[in-house]
Design a protein around this ligand. Structure first.
Ligand SMILES: *Cc1c(COP(=O)(O)O)cnc(C)c1O
Length: 436
């Protein structure tokens, strides 16, 4: 190396770390990540790839712009509860609650007495207020966990009676028979695939019965010569000793009250009113909250589940409790808003986008998605783009996920917050500019 060798001018690590921007980056990314980025940039300068004066900028550019590898996406598919992109987006109120709960909070603490308090009591109160028919409530990690806990606590080593018409796979590896087998309960199938009556259940009932389980077949419909035993009739069944048999109903979607838009979707309030002992449901489908599993119903039965050792392994964290409470008490969730999107407003937004990018609007059908209400179409509109745009939209920043249908890329604004219309427009322009 000579005196004039530019490599002598490569800034030293301590000088670089004193650079205000890189010093701030240490707070955000940690010292190790920043030092690693600095070393890579210094190496680039040594090999002549960059000028010594560019080392700080190169190190800065090498740091990730976000603190998580999860990429925020705009959902332009028209599918409201879309499993691949995270099911339910949280409301602003729920996001605020998550931030508020992220430090130390009184999740299990009574500030008045300084003593331990019931974990998540505010969230449980919100659930009981939302479903007055429920004597008590419990929150676990997801809908599958709620069902595992109910089956284990009520029927481990005994039988669970399930209709053959409800031996379902919900998707994503959730197969009811496998799940029940994993709890140590024995599955006893009753009825046939298309028809099951209350007498089928009555005939199978015996001293071995732990509970009767009804599962909402949320992602398909059986049509034609079909019948299922209504909860009202099952609730009148009694065991050999004359005692009532617990009726567990997995309603799936987390709808708490009837929604006229979804006439075939069971809700917690009506199912409990019909006589179910407990209902189980997801928190992040139609309820539109965080991933969670809800158990609602008879207080004694809920307490039995709460006291089971498995409950501790399935309990939710403070962030989930906070987001769920805010979803229950706060304004309509994004899921509810997108399901009930005003048709005229949606059309006007779609036409505005189409006009600004010079493309056509076509009528489309959105979907509830996420294993819910399979037969319910959500009439809407979409801007039609060439199919090749779909990939460019997905991989842009922000990524926009559109629907590909019959060789076309359809941009449906139903599940895009209206304040993000401008971002979608810019993304579409960019995708069209690269080839059209
Ligand atoms: C979605 C669903 C589940 C599973 O719930 P997760 O929250 O995904 O664990 C169970 N049962 C039914 C009927 C469902 O629709």
């Amino acid at each position: 190396m000579t005196q004039t060798d530019p490599r002598r001018r490569i800034p030293r690590t301590d000088a670089l770390l004193a650079d205000p921007v890189l010093a701030a980056a240490v707070d955000r990314h940690g010292a190790d990540a920043v030092k690693a980025a600095v070393r890579v940039a210094q190496e680039q300068a040594r090999s002549g790839e960059i000028e010594p004066g560019q080392v700080a900028d190169a190190a800065r550019a090498a740091l990730p712009s976000r603190s998580t590898s999860l990429r925020p996406l705009l959902n332009a598919t028209g599918v409201v509860v879309h499993t691949n992109v995270g099911r339910a987006p949280l409301s602003a109120a729920a996001v605020e609650a998550v931030v508020a709960a992220s430090g130390y909070v009184d999740v299990e603490f009574d500030v008045a007495t300084g003593a331990r308090a019931r974990r998540g009591r505010g969230t449980l109160a919100a659930l009981r207020d939302a479903v007055p028919a429920a004597g008590d409530a419990l929150v676990v990690n997801n809908g599958a966990a709620a069902l595992v806990l109910a089956t284990t606590a009520l029927a481990a080593g005994r039988e669970v009676l399930v209709s053959r018409g409800e031996m379902v796979e919900i998707g994503d590896g959730f197969r009811l028979p496998d799940l029940i087998a994993s709890t140590g309960a024995r599955l006893r199938e009753v009825g046939t695939t298309n028809r099951t009556t209350v007498d089928d259940y009555a005939a199978a009932l015996g001293p071995q019965t732990g509970c009767v389980l009804k599962v909402h077949p949320s992602n398909f419909r059986v049509e034609g010569f079909t019948s299922a035993a209504p909860v009202e009739q099952l609730a009148r069944l009694a065991g050999p000793d004359g005692a009532p048999v617990p009726i567990v109903v997995d309603i799936g979607s987390g709808l708490l009250r009837r929604d006229p838009l979804l006439p075939d979707e069971p809700d917690a309030a009506s199912t409990l009113a019909a006589g179910a002992t407990i209902v189980t449901a997801s928190g992040d489908k139609l309820l539109g909250g965080p991933q969670a599993g809800l158990v609602l119903g008879d207080a004694t039965t809920v307490e039995r589940l709460r006291r089971h050792p498995l409950a501790r392994a399935l309990r939710v964290d403070k962030l989930t409790l906070a987001a769920l409470e805010a979803t229950l008490r706060g304004p309509a969730s994004p899921v509810t808003a997108y399901l009930h999107a005003d048709a005229d407003a949606l059309r006007a937004r779609t036409e505005r986008l189409a006009e600004s990018v010079g493309r056509e609007v076509v009528p489309v059908e959105g979907r509830v998605g996420g294993g819910g209400a399979p037969g319910v179409p959500l009439p809407g509109w979409a801007v039609v783009l060439p199919e090749a745009c779909a990939e460019r939209l997905r991989t842009g920043d922000p990524g926009v996920v559109a629907r590909i249908e019959r060789g076309r890329c359809l941009v449906d604004l139903r599940c895009v917050p209206s304040e993000s219309d401008g971002e979608v427009e810019r993304a579409v322009r960019a995708a069209l500019a690269v080839g059209g």
